[in-house]
Write a protein that binds this ligand. Structure first.
Ligand SMILES: Nc1ncnc2c1ncn2[C@@H]1O[C@H](COP(=O)(O)OP(=O)(O)O)[C@@H](O)[C@H]1O
Ligand SMILES: [Mg+2]
Length: 96
C-alpha cells in the first residue's frame, strides 16, 4: 500500500495509490494565472499537502489545497510564503 505524488510543473500533479485491487489515481491542474517565480513551489506543495493531511483531509482534498498553495506562490516573486487564508481566498469552496 504505497502512495506517490508526481509533480509536473505547469501540468499540475497526479496522485497514485496502489492497492491489492490495482492502482487508483487522480490529478489536479496548475491553477496559476501568471507565473512569476517557480522557486520553492515544490516545497510549498509538500508542506501544504502534509499540513492538510495532518488536519484530517483526504489525499484528494489535500492535493487540491497543495495545488492552490502552489498557484499562490508561483504568482509571487522569488521564494515566497502562502497562508491558509490566501488559499481560502483563492477558492471559496475551500473549507479549512
Ligand atoms: N511553470 C509553471 N506553471 C504553472 N504552475 C507551476 C509551474 N511550475 C510549478 N507550478 C506549480 O507548482 C507545483 C509544483 O511545482 P513542480 O515544478 O511540479 O515541483 P518541483 O519543482 O518540486 O518538481 C505545480 O504542480 C504547479 O501547481
Ligand atoms: Mg519545478
Amino acid at each position: 500500500m504505497a502512495s506517490v505524488v508526481i509533480k509536473q510543473g505547469k501540468d499540475g500533479m497526479r496522485w497514485f495509490h496502489s492497492t491489492d485491487d490495482g492502482v487508483v489515481s487522480f490529478g489536479v491542474p496548475a491553477y496559476a494565472n501568471k507565473v512569476v517565480s517557480v522557486a520553492g513551489a515544490g516545497d510549498t506543495v509538500l508542506a501544504a499537502y502534509v499540513s492538510a493531511s495532518l488536519a484530517g483531509n483526504t489525499p484528494q482534498t489535500s492535493l487540491w489545497y497543495a495545488a492552490l498553495a502552489a498557484a499562490v506562490v508561483v504568482e509571487k516573486p522569488y521564494t515566497s510564503t502562502v497562508t491558509w487564508h490566501e488559499i481560502e481566498m483563492r477558492n471559496p469552496n475551500v473549507r479549512l
